[in-house]
Write a protein that binds this ligand. Structure first.
Ligand SMILES: Cc1ncc(COP(=O)(O)O)c(C=O)c1O
Length: 345
């Protein structure tokens, strides 16, 4: 597909918004059987029955990964096989015919290749890749539907938080849970995000950047924020909430754990993290494909602000981010085998 021009894109001012691109991948699955091989079609709107499973019962899951233009003047994907694995488990959890690993990876690659010129220049951002699958078939009673649609679209993006130099101001919410440990919090299900919209909106109206959700079965423990995992550093010990069912198993979380352990010699613990530990931390940061590694400057709990110590170059968050971005942009050697080149150098 060769229509579409990138001339309108202001590479220096990318935010985290939808920029329409040339094309998207489109595949369907009928009668709950195997996925049929899809194809690349022009980017555009889709028709949907008002009785679609996704609209009525939230039967939909998605993924998020990024392509980077690198120092080696090529475009790479970062650990897409982990997104494929997570898409597999998310689809199983939502009774959607399972999207297989190879099918998923091929769809991503086809979409990326057809839109590769939308990948921002090195240092200006990345190409966010959004695979999404939903129940298209009709349902009146609660049940998994018979027909499904899988789309992959892309959008060039810059920083998730507008001012990416500023540390985050987070609110611990005691009024809302995001997900229950035996619910769908560990799937990338669309319903998890609708659950976070009201607390997030209220927090933003009060001047916060995001919300820290507490664990629904033990409110003394923290879970994550609306779009990223959380890490808490005290001395040489880096703690992150363990994957107890309500937390998304982040690709960046896993990458940061490995970098912290293997490169930075921090003692990493996937464990319960209490509010007391959060408020007493030397550093707090969040991790995600969209937010990368973002430091937290203040946590508000029960009406009190808790300023968090270390900032800037000296912070472990900044060092972790530098290494992660260095690997993603092929500025430093990738000791883990995380890079998948897509275009030739
Ligand atoms: C709720 C939630 N937690 C954590 C993450 C981080 O996951 P990843 O690092 O795979 O992007 C995300 C981002 O996608 C998210 O939406």
């Amino acid at each position: 597909m060769d229509s579409g021009s990138i001339d309108f894109i202001d590479w220096d001012n990318l935010g985290f918004d939808v920029v329409e691109t040339r094309s998207m991948y489109y595949a369907t699955c009928h009668k709950k059987k195997e996925w049929e091989e899809g194809n690349i079609i022009p980017y555009g709107t889709i028709e949907l029955s008002p009785a679609a499973g996704v609209l009525n019962y939230g039967q939909g899951v998605f993924e998020g990964t990024k392509a980077f233009r690198t120092m080696k003047d090529r475009v790479i994907l970062f650990r897409p096989e982990l997104n494929a694995t997570r898409m597999g488990s998310s689809t199983r959890r939502l009774c959607i015919p399972e999207i297989g690993k190879d099918f998923f990876l091929s769809a991503i690659e086809q979409t990326l290749i057809d839109n590769i010129d939308y990948t921002p220049p090195l240092g200006k951002g990345s190409l966010y890749i959004r695979p999404i699958v939903w129940g298209t078939g009709p349902a009146l009673g609660v049940k998994p539907v018979d027909e499904y649609t899988f789309i992959v679209f892309v959008s060039p993006v810059g920083p998730y938080f507008k001012d990416n130099k500023k540390r985050l101001n987070l609110l611990v919410t005691e009024d809302y849970h995001r997900a229950a440990p035996k619910g769908i919090g560990n799937a990338k299900a669309i319903g998890n995000y609708s659950a976070s919209l009201l607390p997030l909106t209220r927090a933003k109206e009060s001047g916060f950047d995001d919300v820290i959700f507490l664990n629904a079965s033990n409110e003394n423990m923290i879970d994550e924020i609306s779009s990223a995992n959380l890490f808490v550093l005290k001395g040489n010990i880096l703690k992150t909430p363990h994957l107890g069912g309500s937390i998304l198993p982040g690709v960046t979380r896993d990458s940061v754990i490995k970098i912290a352990d293997k490169i930075m010699n921090l003692k990493v613990q996937e464990t319960d993290v209490t509010i007391e530990e959060l408020l007493d931390a030397d550093e707090i940061f969040c991790t995600g494909t969209a937010v990368v590694v973002t430091s937290v400057g203040n946590v508000s709990f029960q009406g009190e602000d808790h300023m968090i110590g270390i900032a800037g170059e000296r912070s472990k968050a900044e060092q972790l981010k530098k290494i992660l971005l260095g690997i993603q942009q092929e500025e430093i050697e990738d000791p883990f085998g995380w890079i998948t080149p897509v275009s030739a150098p």
